[in-house]
Design a protein around this ligand. Structure first.
Ligand code: AMP
Length: 395
């Protein structure tokens, strides 16, 4: 795997695809600079070598040129975070970009205007990618969040740098973390899969059954399994057409020697509301008019035991409707168990969408070994897919 460390950037212009798709408030202030901070190690290394940096990113989903999606809004924050005044090119290709790139001196950083002002970006247009490529000497991909897209700046561009391309620090870390869970993992390996639907997680489940010793299944998915096994689930969320699939997963798990852990009790509510009445019930005996919205205490006790014995833990998806405080306990507790296991030496990776927001919301981010920055990209990797942005660098 070619990384930044294999290059010396002295007097080189590094063209870096970053993910600066940051949230802005109505006055165009950056409300969360995490993604800019995440790219800093890569940028620092290049500047320290005596190189210069050209940053390319998208922001939002503009339809053509839309001023509200201009990357100029993030210039101040980027300059602050990176500790250098970031220059700006009001176009990502053409004479404006070319001049700005040509005039860039070692130690300087240039940010190009939103790539998605051109439809060619998402289409993966080759001439557009070639124009971008002409701006730099080395191509660095550090945008994990878009690595699953074959866009001009994430994938197509790499062909114009047959020998001068590499992963940035962030992207390399994402790949390494996932490999540490799915390839070179220390046993026992436990995957916790939560979230709402079996249908959205099925490919992940199937792919990782070969790689784990334990699988904890929680969240809304629980009830499709419980119903398929003959339980009564009241008004809980359920995908009736996935019951066969649930039984097939259980059969496969048995065949492969994977222990599946499903909640035995749940916090049931008489409405999908934070103010609903609640009671703890057996997961197989949920009364009509009630729905399971979080894991119950006995379930958490079981999960705790499994987690604390694990040496490698993957967590994707909340155990309950954590957005409502009444049903957040299971997700918070699970996070605490994983934090405790991590402190005792386990490797923990949190990735793929909602569990990442849960971990951040509950202040557990620093207690996990690694929290992934790319929701969709991480899910696709967990599904066993090869991401085009990664392949393009490896080729
Ligand atoms: P996903 O995007 O598939 O990871 O699902 C995340 C969503 O699942 C979150 O918004 C949770 O509120 C929701 N969720 C978790 N547990 C349940 C449940 N028991 N019933 C309904 N929704 C749930």
């Amino acid at each position: 795997m070619r990384t930044l460390q294999d290059f010396n950037f002295k007097n080189k212009k590094a063209l870096i695809r970053v993910d600066f798709n940051v949230p802005l408030d109505e006055k165009f202030n950056v409300t969360d600079a995490t993604r800019i901070e995440a790219a800093k190690p890569t940028i620092d290394k290049i500047l320290a070598d005596g190189g210069s940096v050209i940053l390319m990113s998208h922001l939002g989903r503009p339809k053509g040129v839309e001023e509200k999606y201009s990357l100029k809004h993030i210039l101040n924050t980027a300059s602050e975070v990176l500790g250098v005044p970031v220059k700006f090119a009001e176009d990502c290709i053409g004479a404006v970009a070319k001049n700005a790139a040509e005039n860039l001196k070692p130690g300087e950083v240039l940010l190009l205007e939103n790539l998605r002002f051109y439809k060619e970006e998402e289409v993966g247009d080759v001439p557009f990618a070639k124009e971008l490529a002409s701006l730099g000497d080395v191509y660095v991909n550090d945008a994990f969040g878009t690595a699953h897209r074959a866009h001009a700046s994430t994938t197509i561009i790499a062909q114009f740098f047959p020998n001068d391309k590499c992963f940035g620090t962030l992207l390399a870390k994402e790949i390494e973390s996932l490999n540490r869970v799915l390839k070179n993992s220390e046993k026992p390996v436990t995957a916790v899969l939560g979230g709402s639907k079996v249908s959205s997680k099925i490919t992940v489940i199937e792919n990782i059954l070969d790689k784990v010793d334990h699988m904890i299944i929680g969240g809304g998915m629980t009830f499709t399994f419980v119903k398929a096994l003959g339980g009564t689930i009241g008004d809980s969320i359920c995908e009736d057409d996935k019951q066969e699939l649930a039984l097939e997963i259980l059969r496969l798990a048995k065949e492969k020697g994977v222990q599946i852990h499903i909640p035995v009790d749940v916090v049931a509510a008489n409405a999908f509301s934070n103010d609903a009445q609640t009671q703890i019930v057996d997961v197989t005996k949920i009364p009509d008019g009630w729905q399971g919205l979080d894991a119950g205490p006995k379930s958490l006790e079981n999960f705790k035991k499994v987690i604390l014995e694990s040496k490698t833990i993957l967590w994707n998806g909340p155990l309950g409707v954590f957005e409502m405080p009444t049903f957040a306990n299971g997700t918070i507790e699970l996070g605490n168990y994983i934090a405790e296991a991590t402190e005792k030496g386990a490797f923990s990776l949190v990735g793929g969408g909602d569990s990442v927001s849960a971990v951040k919301q509950f202040g557990l981010e620093d207690k996990m070994s690694y929290v992934s920055t790319g929701g969709g990209a991480m899910l696709e990797m967990l599904e066993g897919r090869v991401l085009p942005g990664i392949v393009a660098i490896l080729e």
